[in-house]
Design a protein around this ligand. Sequence first.
Ligand SMILES: [Zn+2]
Ligand SMILES: [Zn+2]
Ligand SMILES: [Zn+2]
Length: 343
Amino acid sequence: MRLAGTQTAMRRVWTVELHPRAGGPRLFCIQCQAHTPPVDGPSARSAALTHLASHARTEALPAHLRTCQCHALGCSWHSRSRGCGGPVLLALTRQTGGRSWRLADTCAACAAATGGTAVVPETLLGARRPKPSGDILRRARHGLPPGSDERARVREMLTYLSAALPQFTSPAARLLALQCALRADTLGHVTVADGLLRTMRLRGRRELWLELAQAGWLETARSRPGPVTVRLLDATVLDQAPGRGARRRAAHWALHPTPLALSAAAPAALRLTALVLASHPFNTEDLDAVSRLCGHSPQQTVELLDRLVSARALVSWHQRQDTGEVLWQFPQQPSHCSADQDR
Ligand SMILES: [Zn+2]
Ligand SMILES: [Zn+2]
Ligand SMILES: [Zn+2]
């Protein structure tokens, strides 16, 4: 873990503030010393993230030179502190009740300890790099099981959505947003087929599309019964590095996240929690991080974990008192899973 010291010239902290203005609120970037065009309230979050992400992208720094900016500022961003630790990540923090947003290089330990903070997956920022075809080779070399890429992609997207969507977005809307983000074309258009909505048990749930539209995350092009066509308004999602094929495979995996066997008829909150757990390869994660991905409070998450045990989707789970980490155990993995009617 590198500490700051010589890195003062390489500060990687960017902040935007939401300023009320006559023609509607505008974002003011501290670094650019400039206002953006007016944003409507609900879309401020994704507009802020899009602008901040553009700084992180253009001011890219090799990984070995990146340091924890929280540490550099005396760890004043959080209260409890066990010291810096883990990789340096890009953390998005909502400050002053949503009136300002900060994106900063932060170590995993500081990011986890800071309130209102979500980690933004770097693959969403580092786009436009040609994707090397060595992906399959790399997987073979490291002996990762098939499906690892899909899990990683879903985990990244859930992490991203935990930053991009309002905190109280419903679990069902999050499940829809995940499918849209993974299936969108490069212009952000996606048609969600009737069969897919039926598979997800979310057919005819127009209020969910409205919820995402009100969050300023997408706009619906048609609202007749049948397939739903939407356009994503979140520019960051359009910049995804992995190609459509890889994203589609991840979207498909998210419908049947092995090794979890949970009925599609289960409540969306339970299905989202199950998906979050299945997307973690080592069956462990910080409770706060799981809660953020699910859009719940830690108390609700604990309750949902208990319900997953009752539903036999998990054998057991427990929380380590010293680290706050949650560990869980899946039932014996089935040898193969059935195909879905994903069309
Ligand atoms: Zn700026
Ligand atoms: Zn810190
Ligand atoms: Zn740190």
